[in-house]
Design a protein around this ligand. Sequence first.
Ligand code: DX5
Ligand code: ZN
Length: 241
Amino acid sequence: MQNPKTAPPRSGQPMRIAPSLLSAKFARLGEEVSAVIEAGADLIHFDVMDNHYVPNLTIGPLVCEAIKPYATVPIDVHLMVKPVDALIPMFAEAGASIISFHPEATEHIDRTIRLITASGCKAGLVLNPATPLQGLDHVLDQLDLVLLMSVNPGFGGQSFIESVLPKIEAVRRRIDASGRDIWLEVDGGVKPGNAARIGAAGADTLVAGSAVFSGGRYRDAIDAIRSQALQGRHAMEGCPA
Ligand code: DX5
Ligand code: ZN
């Protein structure tokens, strides 16, 4: 746990909620995007799976382009595809604002980050639950976002892997030490019941798929995750929520 006396205060900073479309009703995707934005979503999390890097197949640039008119908040594209480079300009063209990729999905991590930034998007690197943090060593300064997976990628509705909590704390320390405004996003099994611990560990952006879409009351779910996460952060920093 970070020492609240030495950590820079994050009390005034936002806690962003990014509903994952993986759990939305695909036959009505545009309406679902509008509904979660109306309910308070800060980003739209767009999970791209290729049946190669992960054992599932989802959506691509055409669908991103189709939802773009509904997405009045940034589209946060999470690429679970290998190889990854060829899709980057296509997603940038299709309306992505943030593009994140897994280091195992490219031969040249630095080149892939540069491709993303050159395409006009913010760049994110995704670490799986068992991927060591050393992958950040030589690239953190080029990143806009670190995405920590709290499930093994491939499916929505899995359980949060608790051993990711100390990893979130460690990445928070690295980001604070860098002095840069790098978002720390956590993805997988996030729900109101664990959001306080995830917020306390230092995340500032929470992806939630099943917790938002399966209940039907989108605003209640988004509000509950955000307020729990903020309470966790404030408790860790020793200030009132
Ligand atoms: C998993 C995806 C996640 C996931 C989130 O590979 O990257 O975005 O679908 O869904 P929940 O919140 O249901 O775990
Ligand atoms: Zn995702």
